[in-house]
Unconditional design. Structure first.
Lengths: 943, 241
């Protein structure tokens, strides 16, 4: 037929603006095309260091998030009972006056009666500082139920961690192991990296109970049994030690393997200046381990001049893991991986690390001034995420992974895990948390940040009687290293008055009445619980969210936020950076669109409340608002310490400084002109061995990332752990209460240990199965379900199980089943598969929705067929008053859940359980449209 | 009946889809949806976007399945599917109005919506199930290879590829001219033994699928030998090197 005329070059858009995505925590650069005042198209920004032009399903669906019918449109004041959904729309002045009234009274009375917790927020550098200015220690973000074990395990061991503080060397790795990586974190870089590995023929091993997503393209899948990863890892260490396939020289150089541990107290032997000692083989004497000429002995028992005896930590470590209890045959059953496979993987790891001739011909100089001609590779990369993190043994499992890396010498060397600046930092780094009783006073700020890194009992935040001081019990003896706080405990503790009642719970982007709580149904009851006098047990709840999430109905005051395309925002080096291994980077969001609703950016609102309260730092000497234009003013003008602020790029009066420099009034313009990000690339000699690379450490100190350009010693043996244990053994002034003494003794081992998840005890025949969740690549947490496009991909979740297990339980595909735990039961529809551990059932996280929430219509599959596993998870450890959490870090132990599954009856088909009353739309929210034809031409109709 | 071009198109544009690196993330599908709902086939309707049956029009869909052999390891496969722009396209020849046609210039199969009567014969004829009927506009929709991108002078040259290719985080999608033996798609197809989907049907699809690379399961040593010298004896040996 003849050629059909087509307009091949239609104009794409009127303007293109760059900003940073917020559809998940990956923080990719995006280009937003605007046409006729509407968002026409969102694509990845090729110039951006995170995604280099690509964009995932979530990012591409940002249009639907921006125009979601579930957007809140005006401040709301509760007028019915909590949970009734009855609200009155109010003006911002009234809303801010209400908030300021409640908060001001608290601050003058007892600042810690404010509990301020944020969810998956990316402005923690602001919110944490704000809490300090207010004077409450009761602050944290969502890290406690996300991945604090990954962060703390890494930061206390290698001075960095997976994901945000490090990444695999995608360019050089020849062997890559992924542990418990759900299909995100960090989304696009992992996908791009895997493609690079595949193209090069590197081997990829996925360790995960479930074979989906990234695991699907791995060369080998190890379907580990949940909670058993630590055994698998320590058994790999056992094999390497048995064979002597260990990078001993590197460990003696860069870790504390050669430091002497005193027999009498398990602490490091130190000289008069407090410097750790090693036994120098050259002089056969104890000498400071940091010396440049020493040759530390890795084994032996040595007598110090003062008569005390000590052994190198390497020997203690080697002895521990050489033990038969870590032999592959001993761990195989609980780990869920065969002994032969463990032995083979160990051999493969050793071959990949030590038989490779990978080296980068790049001279570099270490902190002893020694010149090295080349950077010698250890091309084994490891990455891990929540799958090993969300267990009560997750901290030690993560430490075990870093131990494995150290045995292989595979830390920041060509082909291995690599730090992302500003990491590495000292392990652990400063600062310490503030919030002790002597640091809290009416009307006063705290002298430090609410979160930090404890290194011993003296750093804990305890009440005068040694009980928890914080409402979430963070930094108490229940979880001494809870560096991210324990958000999952706040509501329960506040209602129980443990350790005290609070006045106001102020939350941002935290869907605690649904999928962000471990025990959603109970949490709903707690949010509505009343005292005998009829008042709510939590008297005031303020909540900020852009959307009509399940939590909205349970707040007294709603402060409606904007969408991510309507505000200034910051991805700061002070918070969660977007650096890569070869460069340091930060970024901003800029407003692309003006809100068509009466909403305000949460950060602006927080700053205004702070100014109205007269918080120091938020008002000037005359008491006037210091940042009258809100967050944009703050981002530019706020200095954390002289010359260091939210953004590291274009500092100094003329924008010529990087990292440290005076505030630059034109800084945001500089960012927007540079696609909303800043990146400073490292020189080739600064890119590996950064714990001891003088050129790198000088650079890091000059930029203000570390205080001194000094060597960072990797902590194979963790002295902070031993300090806590010593206290439990009866030493020192600050000791755990009797009921926690044994627990601290047991779990504060200076070397990684494995112990069975507490939920395993007694699970036995009653609850023989493990249950875990993953999140799908195309959906991220609760935000996705209101998204017209993403919910077409995932509108209802199933309970997945292996065909073998299903046959045993007489369950067929599509059957409705009851899943029961010691806590409760949920009903779900089964889907059978092969790629899942035979003792494990699983589902997608946060697909299930409460009817009516997110402005979804009647019969939405999210609520009729979708479900949450959360209802089955206890927020408390069985038979105790402690959180169901890691005893070291307080990390919520979601993945320790034990269940049984049985077929539902014939009359129980078709609908998931439990079901909850339908939430009513708040005032001002129109019903969601019945149909959608986004992009339909306004004129020249489609013919 | 509608005729295919009498002479084979000079160019044969299409996609190479790499099943070795596709992780099933749906990035391509959603970026396709957002580009095309405002592009040439606009809109891609969503008849029940927030209700009980959220099933709208998508020009690219991802299917996931498991393959479990009698012995050996099973695998999970993610399989993106869109129009394959067949050389012998049954969806064209079946069209009663001339709406469905194959371009002479580059072989892209398109729908002229002004001629489409929504009879759905083409979707019955397509053996791959790659056509999408839009009930709200009453016409058939399909992958256009982003015809309003690939020749678009308003875009940087690097962006003149289909949206799905541009956005794929795993580099699993490639676009080019299969008539050019030096094109990236021709080379990839040759190097990686790119396959036709259901070649026995004779449609001669243009798009090719790269099969997963062989898995690396080999091992130099199945087990590490115990070091000589007993517990930590090897340490002395190492240190004396």
């Amino acid at each position: 037929m003849s050629r059909v005329p087509i307009d091949l070059s239609p104009p794409v858009s009127d303007t293109v603006k760059t900003t940073t995505c917020y559809m998940c925590a990956c923080r990719c650069g995006i280009r937003v095309h605007l046409k006729d005042g509407q968002v026409r198209y969102i694509e990845g920004n090729r110039a951006h260091p995170v995604n280099k032009g690509v964009l995932c399903a979530k990012g591409s669906a940002g249009i639907m998030q921006h125009y979601s019918p579930a957007r809140l449109s005006k401040p709301l004041k509760r007028v019915g009972e909590r949970g009734s959904g009855r609200f009155e729309a109010i003006e911002w002045d009234e809303a801010l006056a209400l908030a300021t009234g409640w908060l001001g009274a608290i601050r003058e009375r007892d600042p810690k009666q404010l509990a301020f917790f944020t969810g998956r927020d990316q402005s923690q550098a602001l919110t944490g500082w704000w809490a300090s200015q207010f004077g409450t220690p009761n602050y944290a973000a969502h890290g406690g139920f996300c991945s604090v074990n990954m962060a703390a395990g890494g930061i206390y061991t290698i001075g960095g961690s997976f994901w945000e503080f490090g990444e695999p060397d995608w360019e050089h790795a020849e062997y890559f192991m992924m542990f418990g990586v759900a299909e995100d974190h960090d989304s696009n870089p992992i996908k791009a990296g895997l493609a690079k590995l595949k193209a090069r023929g590197a081997k990829i091993v996925a360790v995960n109970p479930v074979r989906t997503g990234y695991g699907a393209i791995a060369d080998e899948w190890l379907g580990v049994t949940p909670g058993g990863d630590g055994l698998l890892i320590l058994s790999l260490c056992h094999e390497l030690l048995r064979a002597g396939r260990v990078d001993l020289e590197w460990m003696l150089d860069y870790s504390n393997a050669g430091w002497l541990v005193l027999d009498e107290d398990g602490l490091f032997a130190r000289d008069g200046d407090g410097k750790p000692l090693c036994w120098d083989r050259a002089t056969n004497s104890a000498r400071p381990a940091a010396g440049s000429e020493v040759q530390p002995a890795p084994k032996g028992r040595f007598t110090l001049p003062d008569g005390r005896t000590a052994r190198p930590s390497f020997e203690i470590m080697a002895e521990r893991y050489a033990d038969a209890r870590y032999a592959p045959d001993a761990v195989a059953e609980r780990a869920g991986v065969s002994a032969a496979t463990i032995r083979r993987i160990a051999a493969e790891l050793a071959a990949a690390a030590f038989d490779s001739d990978l080296a980068i011909e790049q001279p570099w100089t270490d902190t002893h001034g020694r010149k090295h001609e080349r950077m010698v590779g250890r091309p084994v990369s490891i990455h891990a995420m929540r799958g090993i993190s969300a267990h009560v043994n997750g901290f030690h499992t993560c430490r075990a992974l870093h131990l494995l890396q150290m045995l292989l010498g595979a830390v920041d060397r060509p082909g291995s895990y690599r730090y992302k600046p500003p990491f590495p930092r000292p392990a652990p780094p400063g600062p310490k948390p503030a919030g002790r009783p002597d640091q809290i006073a009416p009307g006063q700020p705290m002298p430090g940040p609410p979160l930090g890194f404890t290194a011993g009992p003296e750093d804990l935040i305890l009440a005068d009687d040694g009980a928890p001081q914080r409402i979430d019990h963070a930094f108490s003896w229940e979880a001494p290293v809870s560096a991210h706080g324990m958000m999952h405990t706040v509501i329960g503790n506040a209602v129980r008055g443990d350790p005290y009642r609070i006045d106001t719970l102020f939350m941002y982007m935290a869907n605690m009445a649904w999928n962000s709580a471990m025990n959603s149904a109970e949490t709903i009851d707690m949010l509505t619980a009343k005292d005998d006098d009829g008042g709510y047990k939590i008297p005031h709840i303020i909540y900020s969210d852009a959307y009509f999430s399940e939590m909205v109905a349970y707040a007294d005051l709603i402060l409606p936020d904007t969408t991510y395309l309507e505000r200034w925002d910051c991805i700061s080096l002070l918070d969660r950076p977007i650096s890569d291994a070869d460069g340091v980077a930060d970024a901003i969001r800029q407003p692309i669109a003006t809100p068509d609703r009466d909403v305000r950016p949460f950060q602006d609102v927080l700053i205004e409340i702070g100014a109205r309260l007269g918080l120091p730092g938020l008002v000037d000497d005359e008491g006037q608002a210091r940042y009258p234009n809100g967050y944009a003013d703050y981002l530019v003008g706020h200095e954390r310490k002289p010359g260091v602020g939210s953004l590291a790029g274009w500092r100094g009066h003329d924008g010529s400084k990087q990292g440290v420099g005076a505030p630059n009034p034109k800084q945001l313009e500089a960012y927007t002109e540079n696609d909303c990000h800043w990146r400073l690339e490292l020189a080739p000699n600064q890119r590996y061995y950064r714990y001891a690379n003088q050129a790198y450490l000088d650079w890091s100190a000059a930029l203000g990332f570390i205080d001194h350009a000094e060597r960072i010693t990797l902590q194979l043996y963790s002295e902070p752990m031993q300090r806590f244990r010593r206290a439990a053994e009866g030493h020192g002034e600050i000791q755990p209460p009797e009921h926690l003494r044994q627990r601290v003794k047991d779990y504060f081992d200076p070397l990684p240990i494995w112990y069975a998840p507490f939920e395993d005890a007694g699970a036995g025949d009653d609850f023989p199965l493990h249950a875990v969740t993953q999140r799908p690549m195309a959906m991220y947490h609760a935000w996705g379900s209101q998204n017209a496009w993403l919910r077409q991909i995932h509108a209802a979740n199933r309970l997945y199980m292996s065909r073998k297990l299903a046959a045993k339980l007489d369950i067929a595909d599509d059957d409705w089943v009851w899943v029961e735990s010691r806590k409760g039961q949920v009903k779900a529809q089964a889907r059978l598969m092969d790629g899942v551990n035979d003792h494990t059932v699983w589902t997608w996280n946060a697909i299930g929705k409460r009817a009516g929430a997110w402005n979804l219509g009647e019969g939405a599959p999210e609520s009729t067929k979708g479900f949450l596993l959360n209802h089955l998870i206890d927020d408390l450890q069985s038979g105790t008053s402690y959180a169901n959490a890691d005893p070291v870090t307080g990390q919520a132990a979601w993945y320790d859940l034990r269940v049984r599954v049985r077929k539902a009856g014939v009359t129980e088909q078709g609908t998931s359980a439990p079901q909850f009353a339908t939430l009513q739309r708040p005032p001002g929210m129109a019903p969601a449209p019945d149909t959608l034809q986004y992009g339909k031409p306004k004129t020249g109709a489609v013919t | 009946m509608t005729s295919l071009p009498k002479t084979p198109p000079a160019k044969r544009l299409g996609l190479v889809i790499d099943l070795d690196t596709c992780v099933g993330c749906h990035a391509c599908a959603v970026n396709c949806k957002e580009w095309n709902t405002g592009g040439y086939p606009a809109p891609l309707s969503d008849p029940d976007p927030y209700g009980a049956a959220p099933e709208g029009v998508w020009l690219n869909r991802i299917h996931g399945f498991e393959a479990t052999p009698e012995s050996g390891d099973g695998r999970t496969v993610h399989f993106p599917k869109s129009c394959l722009h067949c050389q012998d396209a049954p969806c064209v020849t079946v069209c009663p109005t001339g709406a469905s046609y194959k371009r002479e210039e580059d072989g892209i199969v398109l729908v002229r919506e002004d001629l489409c009567i929504g009879c759905k014969l083409c979707s019955w004829a397509c053996p791959y199930g790659a056509r999408e009927y839009d009930g709200m506009t009453g016409v058939m929709k399909k992958c256009t290879l982003c015809i309003d991108r690939i020749y678009n002078d308003n875009l940087d040259e690097v962006d003149r590829v289909p949206a799905c290719v541009s956005t794929c985080p795993a580099s699993a999608r490639h676009f080019g001219d299969f008539n050019d033996p030096d094109s990236n798609v021709s080379r990839l197809t040759a190097e990686r033994e790119g396959m036709d989907l259901m070649p026995e049907l004779g449609c001669q699809p243009t798009n090719k699928y790269l099969p997963p690379r062989p898995r690396r399961t080999e091992s130099a040593t199945a087990e590490l030998p115990t070091a000589e010298g007993g517990f930590l004896g090897w340490v002395d040996k190492l240190l004396s090197r």
